[in-house]
Design a protein. Sequence first.
Length: 498
Amino acid sequence: DFPAQRGRPHFLRPSKFDSMAEGKAKQARQEAASGRAAKDLLEADPPDAVTLGALSQLDVRKLGLASVPSSLGLCRRLVKLDLGDNPLLKVPDLVAELPCLEILFASGVDMKEVPLAVHKCEKLHMVGFRNNQIASLNGACFPQNLAWLIAAGNQIREMPNISRLQHVRKLMLSHNRLTCAGLAPVAEIPALEMLRVAGNCLEAFPKALLRHPRLAWVAVGGNPFAEAALEKRLDGAPPLVDFKEVSVGEKLGSGAGATVYRGSWRGRVVAVKLWDQETFSDGSAKGEWSINLVASAPGHRSIIGVLGAFSEPRMGMILELLENAVAAAGPPTPASVTRDSPPSDGRKLDSVGALKVAEGVALAGAYLHSRGLTHADIYLHNTLIITELVPRGGPLVSVRDVRLSDFGGATAVSDDEDGRALQRLELRSFGWLLQDLLGLCMAAPAPEEADAVALLQDVRARCAQEDVERLPKFAELAVELSTFLLGHGSGVAPVGAL
């Protein structure tokens, strides 16, 4: 016993595990610094070389820094650095002295060009330069192994040498000034899987990108060609409702640009979504609001039901409230880039549950495509499920209901071949969803579940075609999945595919 602990009940005394946990927590504090403490650490005279040298993460956002102290160069183990929202005007050349740097954020620092110092950070995996004044995004300024590049909200018109970045999988370029010709060079990035170019000046989508062998998630809303298609789709949209009929209650959650509240409308408990900002990385409030309006008529059981929409006092939606619904997975991490992360609760699905999720998303995709829309963000983390535990199944759950949600990146497409090609590209994102879904199935499924797993694997393979013309259609897959489930006592008749 510790002398100070004598006489205390055993369960109140610190164990060796408590001491270990406290030590790990202290180590974590030493390895990460943020806010005022981080600024004080950088500005200390003389600098604390030991502490700085042990840091793996440094966050100095919104601290009014006009320059970065030279002591930053002592952070030899730094992996993640966030300089955002400071009046720096540039990324300091000191970043070239950080040999372990993998993640660099410098959003809202008013820089006009990317310094060559960034190119010297050979381990950089992810870069975020949102909301600056960059007009030319030069690929020669970045290390070649970069996988995730965020440059939304700038003034980008051209991207010289962008094809040099052969390993970029995720490219975020919304709210810039790119034309079709300015965007076309990114088609030469073979690894590209996600492209966000909403709110640019695209008069058309580059033909070469429509034939890209890996591109799966594409957000193009707010561009001239997409706006023209959206206006056409809005012709048949239902009338707006009066916000005075809506009662708004407790906050349920918030995401990119919007907040959702519990509410009531015409005697029904509902969810009320109110947009807080005009633009976000995938699109705009007006675009998401408009797409939801188009999708609401007549609506589909596999997407979140839109009961009504209003534009005053600000844009908002009245949605069905799904009690006890959870996301089927977690969003991508800096390490996974475009792949979802496993559910935090460790849940697993049986094969029937996995097929129900696949069927629900395929039905939703088929419906949206029939309405001349693309979702642009088909993921398990955007798929809401209602589950129940399987008796004696441990973390195994069965699925009772499925809804595809989050239309922030969705867009309307034209009825021509270009529009159909954009929709076909989206089947690849469904393939990746199936890949993640297979990862949620039990490692050793029961023999009677083998056929279901084999079907998921087969559909996943067909959605991985590099030739866009050979990709399947959602309507075909929805019928196939529904037919299988119906034959095994689950699902709905295939006639309900649309």
